[in-house]
Structures are given as C-alpha cells and as structure tokens.
Design a protein around this ligand. Structure first.
Ligand code: AP5
Ligand code: MG
Ligand code: ZN
Length: 212
C-alpha cells in the first residue's frame, strides 16, 4: 500500500505518520527528515537544501524528486510506504505516479489533513523534536514527561531552525498544498480529507479508518 499525507506545515503529517507507522508497520518516508539529515551531516545536498529551507522555500523539484526516487528504489520500500511532505506539487506527484506505475503500483490513498492558519502557528511555535529518535512533541498539546527529554529514548529535544516566526510565515504563505495537487488526487479517486483540528487520537483514528 502506498499512501501520501498532505497538509500545510504543522498540520500533523509527521506526528500522524509516526503513529500510523507504529500501528501498521508501514514505512514512513519524510523528505523533510531526509533533508534535515543531510543538513546535519553537512553533505552537498544538505548545503544546497539549507539555502531553501532557511527561507521557507521548497527545494527545487529536480533535487527532491531524485532523492525520493532513490529512496523508494530500496528494497524496504518494495511493498509500500507512507509519504510525508512529498509530493508538494503536481510535477512531484506525476514523478511519483510514474515510478510506482513502472512497478505495477499506485498511490492508494491521499490523506489531506486540514488545519487553519492560526492553529498552525501555535503548533509550529511549540514543537520540540528528539535528537535521538525523531519523536515529535508539543510543549502544551503533547508534552514530554520531563521538559527537554524524550520519553522514548531519553534523547535531548530541540526546536527546528525553520520554526522561527519569520520562517513560519514564509512557509505558510508558500507551502500549503496547491489546489491542482489536491485535484490530482481527487480526480484519481484517492483523496480523503481529514479534520486535523481535533485531538491527536481522533485524527489518528480517522486516518486509520481512511486507510482501511
Ligand atoms: P517538512 O519537514 O516536510 O515540513 P512541513 O511540510 O513544513 O511540515 P512540518 O514538518 O513542519 O509539519 P507536520 O505537518 O509534519 O506537523 P507535525 O506532525 O510536526 O519540510 C521542511 C522543508 O524541507 C520545507 O520547508 C522544504 O524546504 C523542504 N522540503 C521537504 N519536502 C519537500 C518537497 N517534497 N519538495 C520541496 N521541498 C521540500 O506537528 C506540528 C506540531 O503540532 C507538533 O508539535 C505536534 O506535537 C503538534 N500537533 C500535531 N497534531 C496535533 C493535534 N491534533 N493537536 C495538537 N497538536 C498537534
Ligand atoms: Mg513534518
Ligand atoms: Zn527520542
């Protein structure tokens, strides 16, 4: 099964992908996480990606698509995956469709998580992430048991560079799922819209139901 998670920055794509991966064993592929790993390791790809991420811009399609196609060519993605943060536009969606079609697969579900802007600002401003295992937290909505420490692995929690208010404003302006991308999946019959302005558990339940 191949699933894409769509939604604006801060909608809960990563949080829900972690929960769904635990519940279903589906492989979680996040292009944002892949770029951040490259930034951390100071690779050439990371140095390039950073110049876009710091401004709240998308990384160019050719770079992102190449990275994603390489990732899904690995054996662990043979039977299925859940894409978080990819595709961001129709060009990326078509590239993914073609790669899957070449192996007789397709996107089975596109799950769009809807959340209004005012809530997104609050979610991104309060987000903390584990350096050790990547688990996501929110200082009010989903806090760790001890401030600054991961419940799962005792790793240190940090805040993303692009969660500074000025970059958040730019991301919210430029990175909402465009109408033609949503239409791409609606016309394919795979789109399901989920109200993301509910509790974490309620959103997880709706997503699992939509996956079936
Ligand atoms: P990426 O990492 O994908 O960032 P994003 O799309 O901006 O989304 P976020 O990760 O910020 O939000 P999320 O929806 O995962 O929310 P989360 O679950 O963390 O991309 C980063 C950058 O990489 C981009 O800016 C771009 O430059 C580049 N990039 C990546 N993919 C690309 C692509 N395909 N093409 C080009 N460039 C690309 O939740 C947020 C917070 O809210 C958390 O604290 C969480 O605890 C809390 N929360 C979640 N759900 C709830 C709830 N129901 N109730 C209360 N709180 C909640
Ligand atoms: Mg994310
Ligand atoms: Zn951890």
């Amino acid at each position: 099964m191949f699933i894409v998670l769509l939604g604006p920055p801060g909608a809960g794509k990563g949080t829900q992908a972690q929960r769904i991966a635990t519940a279903t064993q589906l492989l979680h592929i996040s292009t944002g996480d892949m770029f951040r790993e490259n930034v951390k390791n100071e690779t050439e790809l990371g140095k390039l990606a950073r110049t876009f991420m710091d401004r709240g811009d998308l990384v160019p399609d050719e770079v992102t698509i190449k990275m994603l196609l390489e990732r899904i060519s690995r054996p662990d993605a043979a039977k299925g995956a859940m894409f978080d943060g990819f595709p961001r536009n129709v060009v990326q969606a078509r590239a993914l469709d073609e790669a899957l079609a070449a192996r007789g697969a397709k996107i089975d579900r596109a799950l769009l998580i809807n959340v209004p802007d005012s809530e997104l600002v609050a979610r991104l401003g309060g987000r903390w992430i584990c350096r050790g295992c990547g688990k996501l937290y929110h200082e009010r909505n989903d806090p760790p048991k001890a401030a600054g420490v991961c419940d799962a692995c005792s790793g240190e929690l940090y805040q993303r560079d692009d969660d500074r208010p000025e970059v958040v404003a730019s991301r919210l302006e430029k990175q909402k799922p465009p109408a033609d991308l949503i239409e791409h999946y609606r016309s394919a019959g795979s789109l399901r819209e989920i109200d993301g302005l509910r509790s974490l558990d309620a959103v997880t339940a709706s997503l699992l139901e939509a996956i079936g």
